[in-house]
Design a protein around this ligand. Sequence first.
Ligand code: GLN
Length: 533
Amino acid sequence: MGTKFAFVTGGVMSGIGKGIVSASTGLLLKSRGYSVGIIKVDPYLNVDAGTMNPYAHGEVYVTEDGGETDLDLGHYERFLGINLTKKHNITTGQVYFNVITKERRGEYLGKTVQIIPHITDEIKNRIITLSKDTGVDVMVIEIGGTVGDIEGLPFLEAARQMWVDLGPDNVAFIHVAISPILSATGEQKTKPVQHSVQELRRIGIQPNAVIVRSSRPLEEESRYKIALFSNLPKESVFSDHDTFTPYEVPLILESQGYGKFLTKRFNIEEREADLASWEEFVNKLKSIDKQVPIAMVGKYTKLKDSYISITEALKSAGVFTSVMPKLIWVEATDIENGQIKVEDVLQDVKGAVVLPGFGARGTEGKIKAIKYLRENNIPMLGVCFGMQLSVVEFSRNVLGLKDANSTEINPNTPYPVIDLLPNQKNIDYMGGTMRLGASKINVVKNTTVYDLYRKEIVYERHRHRYEVNLKFLDKLIDAGIKVSGWSDQGLVEFIELSKKDHKFFVGTQPHPEFTSRPLNPNPLYVGLIKAAI
Ligand code: GLN
């Protein structure tokens, strides 16, 4: 069979869990033995998410091949257990960049270059080429934003054209919209959903299914109304109500026949879905009552989505160890400003993650937290910037190198224990130029990190410009830092303190959360939770 395309659109407002529905759509098909790919379309002009502040956009998810992508790719990889690429995140920026480059090259010589057909052709081409290259049975395409946004129009137009080009058996439209509950009357209102479907139909797209987000299950009356106004049978309207965990969404949709609906819609063989291990994971996640308090020390703590892969990695590690992490968010800027005392926030935690980050704000707060965690023998995992700052802390307070720092924070520090990677010195462009993506790490035997991975070679994903300065390494090692992982080029990838000095003090330059999967959590996060228990 040729590839089938499922477009997922959103209505009424953003942030209603369209990414989870898209991932669930993929999972229900995958669990029936179909191979699935999944693309996120982001209708902004940035070429990728890498240049955006986490507060604007949440976490930047890093793919194996070094793409700096939307956090939805993290949902997709976790739900589907697959590795996607930078090509699975299409932005308006990339599309225009390519079309304008082609125009300058003369590829459209003699023509007026327009949104239709040149931009829409470029969009279709990207989706179809990727589907051909990866050979998947089904490609799910989530269109970011909300129907009615000006930015999204060329993508919706391209989707509409694909339906005409490829025929109705090969293209499906799934629309996700929210039905609010009025607090005064407790009534489930369907009008916003109706209007968003209307908007979609106005631009020529008739959805094949409407998935309704709501805080409670969709009432029969609401289902009936939405079906009627959407020009659909009632069986094509599905309830996506609040759940204990987003991992439950595929199960809820499956129980309403959504998987079967998809195979029927695409005219492909209906097979029994194998969701046993997923169900087991969800049941365990819901039933574990033991908890361990884990501090999350960072500076984007007001938007939890900034660290979503880390919270998900900890959750999966919790299911694995049967003790769930209870996250205590600690804003490093507040420690730095003296608004909160480090001992007040950390004295009761059993473990901590010192989170990744960029720039000076909050740095001194993080360093104070690391000092407390080190001196009080509290298990901690420092991730990327968190690892770099643990080297800074150790240099200052154990080696006595006053004002030691990363040159990212203080270019004039007398002790640049963290410094720019050699190939980062002459960079003009900020976009896509960090050390990015998965690379080989040689794990050193007889270390905590080796005990956790039980492998001499691992691949983890990177996103950084700075590294441990090898000039200071001998001093650090003499004072008790162990290097537990090296890159082939001799860069420090993992560090730790020996078990006799500290229960669990591990720093990782790469981001192990990006390879963590619900059914297969990353060993370093499991290690932290075990040490905390
Ligand atoms: N700012 C640091 C660097 O660029 C760490 C980056 C991170 O935490 N992802 O090296």
